[in-house]
Ligand binder design. Structure first.
Ligand code: BQF
Length: 283
C-alpha cells in the first residue's frame, strides 16, 4: 500500500499559489476572497476557519461575513450583490449548507460567475461539462491532483465514483472522463454495487457514510480516494472508506483526515488566484 499524502500535495500547491501571489503583489495586484457563513453550524465554522487560514498563508486578503441564522434571503442577496461589485473581492463563496429557510440555488445563481471560485454557478458547471474551464470545482479538482501524484494514468482505466452529488460525484465523473477514463457513477439505487466497485482501477468514494467501503469492494492494487468527512459512533472523524480494512489491498489510498480535505482548500486558493488574474487581465 502507498499512502497518498494530501497534506504534502496540498502544501506544494499552496506554495506555488503563494509564489504567484507575491509576483502579483509586485505589480500592485492584491488577491481577495470573501467567505459568507450563515448561522453557527460547527463543521461549517471549522471549514471557514481553514479557508481563512489558507488565505493568510498564501498572501490573500480574506473577508468574512458571518451572518446570523435568521438572515433573510433579501439580506443575503444584497450582500452577494455588494461583493459582486467590490473590486477588492476576487472570489466569493457561500459556505453550505445554509439554514433551511434560505435558497442555496438562489445564492449560487446570484454570485458573479467570474468570482464563483467554488464553480457551483450553472454557467461554470456548463463550462466544466464542455471541458473548457477556468475554475474547477475544488474537491474534484483536488482528487485529480491526488490521482496525478500517484503516477497512475487515468486514460483507459475503469473509474468508479460512488455518489452523484452536484458538488462532488457528478463533476468528479466529468473530470475523470476528460482524462479519458471509462467512468461509472454509482449511487444509493445502484444494484450490486460491489460487483462494480471491485472492477475499479480508480475508486472515488463520496457516499457520506462512515467506513462504507470495505476491502471486499475494491480491486487489488486500486487507487482508492476517500472524499468522506463523517463522524463515527465515537465522534471521531472518518472517511467513507474503511481505511484499516482496505489499506493492504489498495495500491494507493488517501487517509482521512489529511487526504482530500487539504486539497479542497488548496484548489480554492488556486481558483481564487485564477479569478484575480482574470479580473486584472493577467495571463
Ligand atoms: C483534513 C466539506 C462536507 C461538507 C461541506 C482539511 C478540510 C477538511 C479536512 C476542509 C469540506 C471538507 C469543506 C481536512 C472544506 C474539506 O485535514 O483532512 C480541510 O476545510 N474542507 C467545506 O468547506 O465544506 C464541506 C465537507
Amino acid at each position: 500500500m502507498n499512502l497518498i499524502d494530501g497534506k504534502a500535495v496540498s502544501a506544494a500547491v499552496r506554495a506555488k499559489v503563494a509564489e504567484e501571489t507575491a509576483e502579483l503583489k509586485k505589480k500592485g495586484v492584491s488577491v481577495g476572497l470573501a467567505v459568507i457563513i450563515v448561522g453557527d453550524d460547527p463543521a461549517s465554522r471549522v471549514y471557514v476557519n481553514n479557508k481563512k487560514k489558507a488565505c493568510a498563508e498564501v498572501g490573500f486578503e480574506s473577508f468574512e461575513y458571518a451572518l446570523p441564522a435568521e438572515t433573510t434571503q433579501e439580506e443575503l442577496n444584497a450582500l452577494v450583490d455588494k461583493l459582486n461589485s467590490d473590486p477588492k473581492v476576487n472570489g466569493i463563496l457561500c459556505q453550505l449548507p445554509l439554514p433551511s429557510h434560505l435558497d442555496e440555488n438562489e445564492v449560487i445563481n446570484r454570485i458573479s460567475p467570474a468570482k464563483d471560485v467554488d464553480a457551483f454557478h450553472p454557467a461554470n458547471v456548463g463550462h466544466i461539462m464542455i471541458g473548457d474551464y477556468s475554475f474547477l470545482p475544488c474537491t474534484p479538482a483536488g482528487v485529480m491532483e491526488l490521482i496525478h501524484s500517484t503516477g497512475v494514468e487515468v486514460k483507459g482505466k475503469n473509474c468508479v465514483v460512488i455518489g452523484r452529488s452536484n458538488i462532488v460525484g457528478k463533476p468528479m465523473a466529468m473530470l475523470l472522463l476528460h482524462e479519458h477514463g471509462t467512468v461509472t457513477i454509482t449511487h444509493s439505487r445502484t444494484v450490486d454495487l460491489k460487483s462494480i466497485t471491485s472492477r475499479a482501477d480508480i475508486l472515488v468514494a463520496a457516499v457520506g457514510k462512515a467506513n462504507f467501503v470495505k476491502a471486499d469492494m475494491i480491486k487489488e492494487g486500486a487507487v482508492v480516494i476517500d472524499v468522506g468527512m463523517n463522524r463515527n459512533e465515537a465522534g471521531k472523524l472518518c472517511g467513507d472508506v474503511d481505511f484499516e480494512d482496505c489499506k493492504e489491498k489498495a495500491g494507493y489510498i488517501t487517509p482521512v483526515p489529511g487526504g482530500v480535505g487539504p486539497m479542497t482548500i488548496a484548489m480554492l486558493m488556486r481558483n481564487t488566484l485564477t479569478a484575480a488574474k482574470q479580473q486584472n487581465r493577467i495571463k
